[in-house]
Ligand binder design. Structure first.
Ligand SMILES: [Zn+2]
Length: 493
């Protein structure tokens, strides 16, 4: 074996891989040994079955192993590796078996996902005759602690497509998945908040479990200010008012923005929060949206208030409600940047609204997601610095342009920001590669993997392979890959 050539690509690229002579052959029944209290057994066993196309038998053995470890072997369990330096997991494969040790359960799941990517059918036969993994020792840890992606569920988003996006985020070792339902989750708080074709909680619940199985955590999102329509601005629908115009007073006159001086609006949004938090289970964060509130404070009641004070008072009250449940809020940052000052940045506080003046008034519990899609240069870090200097935690938020992802990834790392939140919006099916690109930067920085063309050029084919293998069994055309079509490209960004 040529030791200088990576024996397998692993995404994101681990910090240290020592490829060694020899190959672990897997053709006998395997024993997966975990500590007695491990929560990982079912997911590990299921993914092992799927990645081996059901041909490798695995039995679970609960033993007195240290916490956050596993071994997988046909006979005698191999020795556990030690965590070196900053490593959050260590993975060792020798000719006897596989052993892993991690700093916590999340990192143990990440070790498992790295191992699965190294597992391949033995070459030479027409059909699977066994599996093998090249011997290696891996020490790995992320550069960025909070690594998230924001996924949208539109009426056109199938649950299968959502499931695949989540699986890829798991493969790339993201920590959090923000789920924004564009009128696509049925809510008891107000049936008109969902379209008739919306998914039920029972349909979505398995995906919340999948997020956790993959070592990530879900973040519920519900727009608490602008985007109250649950429709994109250029589509013009209104999930509530198109179905029931009687609810008009809940919103500003154009319907786009919630009316912040209406007690009924505040009551409804509090019910939505409570319902989503109950449904999502234990969560650390809630994303309140709060971008593009074009018609803020335009109704006759809201116009009596100072726009910035009205906003700050409202958001601080929502924060207090969340804080009582030990949850921190995310908000988008555009309304908190003065449009007349921030040339070259996305800044949407207009002269007639001056909502940027709310920044000083807001609780520092808020984490600001600074979406800046035009930046391709890491020296354009002024908004991140601005928010951090005001005492806020900040995540940078790029979209589908890889130069934008690079720049905002580097800014987040260099400024030691809270982390990053990749946004995907309606373009995810045509830009699925950004999940890899952003995940790789969040894990290892801009240069990780990029000095190896084989690495970056196989990322998209390897993620396709991952999706095929994590799935149970064959798929028809419509469920294969990640697009519902082969030839049509969506041009609209
Ligand atoms: Zn109003």
């Amino acid at each position: 074996m040529n030791i200088n050539r990576p024996a397998r690509m692993i995404y994101p690229e681990p910090k240290q891989v020592k490829w060694q002579e020899g190959t672990l052959r897997i053709d006998k029944p395997q024993v997966l040994t975990l500590p007695g209290n491990s929560q990982c057994a079912d997911f590990f066993a299921e993914t092992w079955r799927n990645f081996t196309s059901g041909t490798s038998v695995v039995t679970i053995n609960a033993a007195a192993l240290p916490a956050n470890t596993f071994t997988l072997a046909a006979e005698k369990s191999p020795a556990l590796p030690d965590l070196a330096g900053k490593s959050t997991y260590a993975l060792k494969i020798d000719t006897q078996g596989i052993a892993a040790k991690a700093a916590d359960e999340t990192a143990l799941r990440q070790a498992w996902l790295s191992m699965l990517q190294m597992l391949n059918a033995r070459p030479g036969a027409r059909e699977i005759s066994g599996f093998q993994i090249p011997c290696a020792e891996i020490q790995d840890y992320p550069l960025m602690k909070f690594r998230s992606a924001h996924l949208c569920i539109f009426p056109e988003t199938s649950l299968k497509a959502l499931e695949k996006s989540i699986q890829l985020l798991g493969m790339y070792k993201y920590t959090h998945v923000v789920l924004e339902f564009w009128g696509m989750l049925k809510l008891d708080a107000l049936p008109e908040l969902a379209w008739p074709q919306a998914y039920s909680k029972d349909q979505v619940r398995p995906l919340l479990q999948l997020i956790r199985d993959l070592g990530m955590k879900p973040i519920p999102m519900f727009n608490h200010w602008g985007h109250a329509t649950a429709s994109r601005v250029r589509c013009g629908r209104h999930v509530v008012l198109d179905q029931n115009p009687l609810f008009e007073p809940l919103f500003e006159p154009d319907g786009w923005t919630w009316c912040l001086s209406s007690p009924e609006t505040l009551k409804l949004l509090a019910e939505v929060r409570r319902e989503l938090i109950e449904f999502f289970g234990e969560v650390e964060y809630f994303h309140l949206g709060c971008d593009e509130a074009y018609s803020h404070a335009t109704c006759d009641a809201c116009r009596q208030h100072d726009p910035a004070e009205l906003l700050a008072e409202y958001l601080n009250a929502v924060n207090t409600d969340l804080k009582n449940r030990n949850i921190r809020p995310f908000i988008w940052g555009d309304a908190l940047l003065d449009a007349s000052c921030w040339n070259g940045y996305i800044a949407l506080s207009r002269a007639d609204q001056r909502t940027h003046e709310a920044l000083e008034l807001l609780s520092r519990d808020f984490i600001i997601a600074d979406w800046q899609y035009g930046i391709q240069d890491k020296t354009q870090n002024a908004t991140v610095k601005h928010f951090m200097e005001h005492g806020f935690d900040v995540v940078t938020a790029p979209w589908h342009d890889t130069l934008n992802i690079d720049a905002l990834g580097e800014i987040a790392i260099e400024q030691n920001a809270f982390g990053m939140m990749l946004t995907t919006w309606h373009t995810l099916p045509v830009h699925i590669d950004i999940l890899f690109h952003a995940g790789n930067i969040m894990w290892g920085g801009k240069n990780a993997g990029s000095n190896n063309p084989q690495y970056s050029r196989t990322s998209i084919t390897s993620q396709a392979a991952f999706l095929r293998k994590i799935r149970k069994g064959p798929a028809a055309f419509a469920d294969a890959g990640w697009r519902s079509f082969e030839t049509v490209e969506i041009k609209e960004p």
